[in-house]
Design a protein around this ligand. Sequence first.
Ligand code: 8YV
Length: 316
Amino acid sequence: IMSQPTQHVLLIAPVMDALQQQLDTHYTVHRLYQHSDAVAWLADNGAQIGAVVTRGDIGVTTAVLENLPQVGVIAIFGVGTDAVDLEYARRRDIAVTITAGALTDDVADLAFGLLLSSARQLCQGDRFVREGRWLKESSALATQVSCKRIGIFGMGNIGRAIARRASGFDMEIYYTDRKVDSSLPYHWCEDVLSLASNSDFFIVAVSGGKASYGIVNRQVFEALPKHALVINIARGSIINEQDLITALQNGDISGAGLDVFANEPNVPSALIEMDNVVLQPHVASATHETRQRMSNIVFENVQAYFNGQILPHRMN
Ligand code: 8YV
């Protein structure tokens, strides 16, 4: 008889199958999302949990953590920590690990994919061919990408990877962040409004959370040129979604490419109805290669925790 592993992992939301199997092989995994009465389950079983595994977009609530007196690590399958109360984790000395580095290139690639598909109207062109309209009409002209001004809001790892790609398109690169990085050969803007006024393409690449909540609002859309396209591969919470819809309806901006939304997976019907908006289901890190790397990192950190080793990807 095989003995039941005694180290307990709480999985808040589904992650890649291969990671779930790996966790199941080594630990007793409890899937919170499968318990219809999560509150009662936590009250009865929370005390045995040593590690929490969750996703960047889902995190873990403080109410759940309060029922996990022995938890020592929250391993995030992703880089965003906006859905975890880091201050609470610090007070309880709960380690938080993220998959930093693993997804940078993919997210920057998708930012460019959204930029190219919005500007060059790739989705409209696809619909035009499929609907047989090519046989009867001529297609619309699109917007040039190369040599334009790109404004990057958030110059972290992902913002920098977007800027490197923009260099290859001979773009003029503007950015804003908490502070200027004089080692970067790009134009610094002191705030998001001056960034907007210098952007043909405005890319949201800043972390989510309280500090960036709703920052991209009506004033920003009004500061953008009317031909501007807005791309968001970061968090839906950073853009005031109603202001975005109004800006698109009023023609304050000319289109958008969005991978993330305020209330995912719910996407406002106003956006779904617009032909000049490209929509993706939060997939910027969703390639086989990157998701495998992310899985490995999460597993390594859970393993290090239960083995009493230093966590290789601790961020707090
Ligand atoms: C997710 C993300 O974790 O890294 C992040 O912060 O948002 C994503 O990579 C993804 O939703 C995992 O399912």
